[in-house]
Design a protein around this ligand. Structure first.
Ligand code: IPE
Ligand code: IPE
Ligand code: MG
Ligand code: MG
Length: 289
């Protein structure tokens, strides 16, 4: 996975540097919110920066507008960070990337304000450049529904614990955000509707595979290795891939199938244009964190 490794390193260095120097406002009244936004964008080691890498990879693969792609790359990481802040409040998690989560470092009110502001910043390039804004709104709506369903799932009865419900949650909370990254890459590269639609389908399966693997890692790895709490979803009797398929091994088989499905969406593209995306689908289900 040499191409992916290089692409992730390039993206991480670019985004980490950009966020280290980011300034949202020089208004002192907003200091605590701005500080919390800055803290979260640079949290721990900064994370894998996978969503920005998707944007930049598409723009590189299809010779797109690099400046525009960088705007989208930042935007999807803003939106990702917003979802992490809210998720950590909902999950009552203290640690992410081996560092205190936003509401622990600051407080819940500041965390909510920082999350809202990051989300708003993330919307900007989509509103600026999207010719079909309804498509973006649809993804946004799905993200929101996934977050809501994920929250409600904590009190679901036995008869709700079905694969279709789990995939509904994952397709919202994880795939929709990955699809936003894909959309940003496609817009920056002026891809056709048909190409965009195939890449969005890839993103749908990639998101499902990514979240299935996240459920697996939560069972097989320690909190220290993951940099965040482990085994908590299962403890709360929440629907996860390992719980639904009976074991980590069976869940891994399902995750591998989702990764294969993602790759098959790229069949019609020139291999060299989508080489990194192909490797990303493999990495997603083999990763250790
Ligand atoms: C964590 O996403 C949230 C999930 C969708 C499971 P990542 O695993 O991409 O987190 P970072 O940004 O690399 O920390
Ligand atoms: C991650 O959800 C956040 C989103 C995808 C919105 P989880 O609760 O499943 O994952 P972690 O373990 O906190 O990253
Ligand atoms: Mg969580
Ligand atoms: Mg959660």
């Amino acid at each position: 996975m040499e191409k992916l490794k290089a692409a992730l390193e390039r993206t991480k260095s670019k985004i980490d540097t950009t966020f280290k120097n980011i300034k949202f406002s020089d208004n002192n009244i907003l200091e605590s919110t701005n500080e919390a936004m800055y803290y979260m964008l640079n949290l721990g080691d900064g994370g894998k920066r996978i969503r920005p890498a998707i944007v930049l990879t598409i723009a590189e693969g299809f010779n797109g507008n690099q400046d525009q792609a960088l705007e989208f790359a930042k935007a999807v990481e803003f939106i990702h960070t917003y979802t992490l802040i809210i998720d950590d409040i909902q999950d009552d998690d203290d640690i992410r990337r081996n560092a205190p989560t936003c509401h622990i470092k600051y407080d819940v009110n500041t965390a909510i304000l920082a999350a809202s502001r990051l989300f708003e910043e993330g919307l900007y390039p989509f509103h600026k450049y999207c010719e079909n804004i309804e498509l973006f709104r649809k993804l946004n709506n799905q993200l929101h529904k996934g977050q809501c369903a994920d929250l409600n799932a904590e009190s679901w009865e036995e008869d709700m614990l079905l694969l279709q419900h789990l995939q509904f949650i994952h397709s919202g909370k994880t795939s929709a955000l990955i699809q936003m990254a894909i959309l940003g890459g496609c817009i920056s590269s002026k891809l056709s509707e048909q190409q965009t639609s195939k890449l969005l389908e890839y993103g749908y399966y990639l998101g499902l595979a990514f979240q299935a693997k996240d459920d697996i890692l939560s069972k097989t790895e320690t909190a220290q290795a993951l940099g965040k709490s482990a085994g908590k979803q299962a403890d709360k009797n929440k629907l996860t891939y390992p719980s639904l398929f009976g074991s980590v091994e069976n869940a891994q088989i399902e995750a591998d199938k989702l990764s294969e499905k993602a790759m098959s969406c790229l069949d019609k593209f020139e291999k060299e244009n989508v080489a990194v995306l192909l490797e990303l689908a493999k990495f997603t289900v083999q990763r250790k964190r």
